[in-house]
Design a protein around this ligand. Structure first.
Ligand SMILES: [Mg+2]
Length: 304
């Protein structure tokens, strides 16, 4: 499989692996296979909002950057089943995203997302992987790259913290694409984010733990849907694994926001380990497998 396939399937499989145990408390369950039902009444292999919004963003990038079309596509996903696993309206839209989508539908696409400090769930972070893949090797660095990421993050999460987390994840993806190992990719991203935080110093101390995430024990990792907790859980899972399956299993067994943490870890692990060591059957269980395959091919073509 290509490196882009590893990232996209790595993300999607991590999402589907975590869906049945979302919201569960840590150490109250064990999943080894791709199972269904559980937290959501959906069949095994079902991917959720994380993958759906990733696919929609990929499609939008292929067509050529059109932010209003992207917003409309998110509306169609939430309400009319565009890029959902079963063509029904999405089963799991986050609070902040649902709020802005409803305003886009009611008051127009110019409406802005909430930007208060408490609207910092992981809904921007969960759809940033395509932006990270898209911006790699395009001479976008520093402030220019930051502003590019910010434009996409802010569509649903207007507070700067969400953008800073998306920027960090993007930097890690870029280094992994270069073939640099996970630990060193994180060090590079930490340095670049530290530089950026000089402009946003009121946020700086919130990233202290992230910069030394490997020093923390499992009990210190919160794994909630708060964007900082999510990012910490993702990097901790990546650093405490030696292959793809181990990475998503570590992530999904942290509890709470298992699908998003599984997905974000899976995307990075697919890039870092270059091989998705899960049964072939897992791929076949993914709804819309052929659509996903076709989308990846078109995305790769557009990247050239
Ligand atoms: Mg989800």
């Amino acid at each position: 499989m290509s490196i882009i396939s590893n990232a996209i399937y790595g993300f999607t499989l991590g999402d589907a692996f975590g869906v049945p145990v979302e919201f569960q408390e840590r150490d109250t369950y064990k999943v080894e296979e791709m199972v269904g039902y559980g937290s959501w009444d959906v069949p095994a292999g079902t991917w959720s909002d994380d993958s759906a919004m990733m696919f929609i963003t990929m499609e939008n990038l292929i067509r050529g950057k059109d932010i209003n079309q992207l917003k409309q596509a998110f509306c169609d996903w939430a309400h009319r089943g565009y890029w959902t696993y079963n063509d029904e309206p999405a089963f799991d839209v986050g609070i902040t995203i649902r709020e802005v989508i409803n305003r886009w539908e009611r008051d127009g696409l110019h409406e802005k997302a909430k930007s208060d400090e408490f609207s910092n769930g992981n809904g921007a972070l969960m759809r940033i992987l395509p932006i990270a893949l898209w911006t790699y090797g395009k001479e976008l660095q520093g402030d220019v790259l930051f502003l590019y990421v910010k434009e996409y993050a802010e569509l649903t999460h207007g507070h700067i913290r969400s953008t800073l987390c998306c920027y960090h994840y993007t930097l890690v993806v870029h280094r992994l694409l270069e073939g640099i190992g996970a630990a060193d990719s994180l060090i590079f991203a930490n340095e670049a984010l530290t530089e950026m935080l000089k402009q946003y110093h009121e946020e700086a101390s919130l990233f202290d733990r992230l910069f030394t995430i490997n020093d923390f024990s499992r009990a210190d990792i919160a794994s909630s849907g708060y964007v900082i907790d999510t990012l910490e859980a993702v990097y901790w899972s990546l650093l405490n694994s030696s292959n793809y399956y181990e990475a998503i299993s570590t992530a999904v067994h942290l509890g709470k926001d298992t699908d998003t943490i599984g997905a974000l870890t899976g995307g990075l692990a697919g890039l870092a380990y270059k091989k998705l060591n899960v049964p072939q059957q897992w791929f076949e269980m993914l709804p819309k497998r052929s659509n996903i395959q076709d989308l990846i091919s078109r995305f790769e073509q557009a990247l050239k």
